[in-house]
Design a protein around this ligand. Structure first.
Ligand code: GNR
Ligand code: NI
Length: 169
C-alpha cells in the first residue's frame, strides 16, 4: 500500500525515531509499504518518519526498483566509520522542488539490522554514502535543510513559505 509522504514542517519529521524491538509482520508490512511509496515517488531512499511512523527504519534502493539486489532495509542503524568529504546536490521527498548541495562524508560504514533482526555492516561511498547519511539523519530527526549554509537555508525556507501561500506545498 502506498502511504502518504509527510512534508516539512510537519513536527513528525523532527522527532527522533524509536528503536525497533519487534521484527514482526507489522514491521514487514511497513517495509513493503515504504518501498512501494518510495518507488511511486521516484526516490532512492525513505525514512519511516516520512510516512508518519516514528521508528528507526529506512529503505534505500539506488537502482529505483531496476535491480532487486540493490534493495536495502536498514533498521536501528549507526554510522561506525566516516572518511573524507563530498559536496553534492540532494533532494528530499519531504521537500518537493528543493535541491541543494550539502556537505557529507565521502565514505561511511554503517552497522544495522535487517528486517529479520540480523545485524550487518556495510560500506558506502559517493551516492550510497550520501543516502546512508541522509536517511540516518531522518531517523535522528535531522533534515537536510538544516545541513545547508544559513544563506541557502533561509532562501529555501522563503521559497517554501511562498509555495505554501500559493497552495502548491
Ligand atoms: O530521493 C532522494 N534522493 C536523494 C539524493 C541525494 C541524497 C539523498 C537522497 S534521499 C531522497 C529521498 C528522501 O527524501 N529520503 O529521505
Ligand atoms: Ni529525505
Amino acid at each position: 500500500m502506498i502511504r502518504k509522504i509527510v512534508k516539512f514542517p510537519d513536527p513528525m519529521l523532527q522527532q527522533p525515531g524509536e528503536p525497533v524491538a519487534e521484527f514482526d509482520a507489522e514491521l514487514r508490512q511497513l517495509v513493503a509499504d515504504m518501498f512501494e511509496t518510495m518507488y511511486a515517488s521516484q526516490g532512492i531512499g525513505l525514512a519511516a518518519q516520512q510516512v508518519g511512523v516514528c521508528k528507526r527504519v529506512t529503505v534505500i534502493d539506488l537502482s529505483q526498483a531496476k535491480d532487486p539486489a540493490q534493495k536495502l532495509v536498514i533498521i536501528n542503524p549507526e554510522i561506525i566509520f566516516r572518511e573524507g568529504k563530498q559536496y553534492e546536490e540532494e533532494g528530499c521527498l519531504s521537500f518537493p522542488e528543493i535541491r541543494e548541495k550539502v556537505v557529507r562524508a565521502a565514505k561511511v560504514r554503517i552497522r544495522a539490522q535487517d528486517e529479520n533482526g540480523k545485524w550487518f555492516e556495510m560500506d558506502g561511498e559517493d551516492l550510497l554514502a550520501r543516502a546512508f547519511q541522509h536517511e540516518i539523519d531522518h531517523l535522528d530527526g535531522m533534515l537536510f535543510i538544516f545541513r545547508m549554509s544559513a544563506l541557502k537555508r533561509d532562501l529555501n525556507l522563503r521559497k517554501i513559505r511562498k509555495m505554501q501561500r500559493d497552495g502548491v506545498w
